[in-house]
Ligand binder design. Structure first.
Ligand code: FE2
Length: 252
């Protein structure tokens, strides 16, 4: 059965999380339905009124495809959505940038965010892939904004953001993983995240939560984010930015 994308809109209030792993047993995220529900409720308590699952699609590691992921998400939602304390649930994917991703994208088999206006892309940690800016440009031309997952975790951006300029020039939208601010991924990603926040590089922020226990770390990280950038910018990154990304209405 082909995955039919449900038409969902974010609620008017609350944060929108564009990166999380609450679909049970499809990647390195939660392992059970109960864990998935617990994670979603925890993120709702941290302030998220909508949480988009982004299971990994990564060759030789997580050989996921659109239709089975759509079915797994639909099955999770069928039991979870009516429970108290749940946010609105949506589905995208965290696409690892390689030839397979590109083939899936060109064949219309990738999993962009609900609404189809943007898609989440993960890069290798150590170096930027050849042809990345051209690929992002072609995504943009095809009407899909490339959203760059956790740039603070990639070595080329540890010390400087200069290497990101060609990607920003073609419309890449950097998405902060807020937990980086707590030092969860080490000192270098934490420092890079702080620097890129100071530089105003990010378009939005997310949880990238994989476990129910992550929700508490995310809440702590949102406090650190607010201390760093102030309430207005924190609200842009968690409220307006993600909604723009879903709607495809990107501010210059
Ligand atoms: Fe992720």
């Amino acid at each position: 059965m082909k995955y039919e994308r449900p038409a969902i809109e974010p609620p008017e209030t609350g944060y929108v999380d564009l990166h999380s792993h609450y679909v049970p047993a499809v990647d390195d995220g939660v392992r059970s339905h109960e864990e998935g529900v617990s994670l979603c409720r925890g993120l709702a308590e941290a302030g998220f009124s909508m949480v988009v699952a982004t299971p990994h699609i990564r060759t030789a590691m997580f050989e996921n495809r659109r239709d089975p992921l759509g079915e797994a998400h639909r099955a999770f939602c069928a039991e979870a959505e009516g429970l108290p304390g749940m946010p609105v649930l949506g589905l995208g994917a965290e696409h690892y940038f390689d030839d397979v991703f590109w083939r899936l994208f060109e064949q219309g088999e990738a999993l962009p965010y609900p609404g189809g206006k943007s898609a989440l892309v993960e890069l290798p940690r150590e170096r930027l892939p050849h042809g990345l800016a051209q690929a992002f440009f072609r995504m943009k031309v095809a009407g899909v904004h490339p959203v760059l997952a956790h740039p603070e975790r990639y070595r080329p951006f540890f010390e400087s953001t200069d290497a990101m300029d060609p990607l920003l020039d073609v419309g890449a939208l950097p998405l902060l993983d807020v937990m980086a601010l707590t030092g969860k991924y080490g000192k270098a990603p934490q420092k890079a995240a702080e620097r890129m926040l100071d530089e105003g590089v990010y378009y939005a922020a997310c949880s990238d939560a994989h476990r129910p226990a992550d929700a508490l770390v995310v809440a702590e990280a949102i406090d650190l984010l607010e201390k760093r950038v102030g309430t207005e910018e924190k609200d842009f990154l968690l409220h307006h930015g993600p909604r723009d990304i879903l709607a495809g209405t990107i501010e210059d």
